[in-house]
Design a protein around this ligand. Structure first.
Ligand code: ATP
Ligand code: MG
Ligand code: FE
Length: 344
């Protein structure tokens, strides 16, 4: 089959076409980040409006690129076998744009309609360019809204082993960047400075490291960084931004790696995977390479471009749902919340 998948859960408008050989024939992302940056975070109303402006062009481009890749002069909606879309979780006003658009396409072209959970998409990002990859695996899903350790027994069979009790990891990166005046989003810019800093310069707390479970807490670390910044400024000292970024990252990574190691030992899973925007962090990726080598576990990571929000990962889920005949009625609505453990 040929399936077009749409993603609009946050501030990326994205569309991708996948074929039956699991090859992504196109994978287009239009980010709105510049429109949100001056507000220091995603503004839901702006996100919705920008999705409406971008979605036709993004879908046209995904169809055109796929047509070229398939050696066809053109690809129309009626040439597709299904229209798929992220329906949950996310900003409901953003999701509804993609959902309404995909429904319209499915209705107009008289093809099946498939809905996809965004977090399941982040898990499936590990499949992109790696059709041999299969569960069981432990997955660390670290994004702007989530911090989860998931045991993936099979595709569609997930158990959350632990989650953050307060902020998400990506959110902590964004808040630290904001406190340092580095703009939004924080992850990429903090990574850049961290590369030049000393990770041992400042002993930031490793929250929940010895909690005896797989839960995380990030809000205390963020407060510790902000307090450190305020104290340095009050003392009239110049901030060493690279050292702060490197030390903050080290505190995050130490806890992430320790809990992932425990999860691997407890489940006996042969494979460890990453997902979500923070999975692009080079320090985190390097630390996991070392940990997995020590544990004798296979490490599978999404391509860098597929860590943050994209439609390629949604298309990967959609293909499995298509094969299972998991089509949805056009009355299906967008939802702000969507539990990974609950089938849909
Ligand atoms: P969710 O998937 O939970 O709904 P989201 O879709 O908003 O949330 P993603 O788009 O997957 O989240 O990831 C965005 C987050 O990733 C942001 O918080 C951003 O700062 C963070 N991020 C991006 N690149 C990096 C990096 N190199 N290092 C650390 N964090 C990063
Ligand atoms: Mg985003
Ligand atoms: Fe996401």
């Amino acid at each position: 089959p040929l399936i077009l998948a749409i993603e609009s859960s946050c501030d990326e408008t994205a569309a991708a076409v996948i074929d039956g050989g699991e090859v992504l024939r196109s994978d287009v992302v239009a980010t709105q980040v510049d429109f949100h940056a001056r507000f220091g975070g995603v503004v839901p109303e702006i996100a919705s409006r920008k999705h409406i402006e971008a979605i036709c062009g993004v879908c046209d481009e995904a169809l055109d690129v796929a047509a070229a890749s398939l050696g066809r002069s053109r690809l129309r909606w009626r040439d597709l076998d299904a229209a798929a879309v992220t329906y949950a979780p996310g900003l409901v006003g953003a999701l509804v744009v993609g959902v309404a658009f995909a429904k319209g396409a499915a209705w107009g072209a008289d093809i099946p309609f498939i809905v996809v959970n965004h977090l399941e998409g982040h898990l499936y990002a590990n499949k992109i360019g790696r059709p041999d990859f299969a569960p069981p695996a432990v997955v660390s899903l670290v994004s702007g809204g989530n911090t989860l350790l998931v045991h993936m027994a099979d595709w569609g069979d997930y158990r959350v082993l632990g989650a953050t009790i307060d902020d998400a990891v990506g959110e902590a990166f964004d808040k630290v960047a904001k406190a340092l005046g580095l703009g939004y989003p924080g992850g990429p810019v903090v990574s850049k400075f961290a590369a030049e800093g000393d990770p041992d310069a400042i002993p930031f707390p490793r929250a929940m490291l010895h909690s005896g479970d797989l839960r995380f807490s990030l809000s205390g670390l963020k407060t510790a960084v902000v307090t450190y910044i305020n104290n340095e400024r009050a003392a009239g000292r110049e901030l060493n931004v690279p050292d702060i970024c490197a030390s903050f990252t080290a505190a995050v990574v130490d806890v992430q790696v320790a809990k992932a190691r425990t999860a691997l030992r407890e489940t006996g899973a042969p494979t460890f995977c990453l997902g979500g925007g923070v999975a692009a962090n080079p320090t985190l990726r390097a630390a996991y390479e070392q940990m997995c080598a020590e544990e004798g576990v296979r490490l599978v990571m999404p391509p860098l471009a597929s860590c943050g929000d994209n439609a390629g990962m949604i298309a990967e889920v959609a293909l499995d749902r298509y094969r299972a005949g998991a089509f949805s009625p056009l009355s299906t609505d967008a939802l702000a919340h969507g539990d990974l453990e609950v089938p849909y």
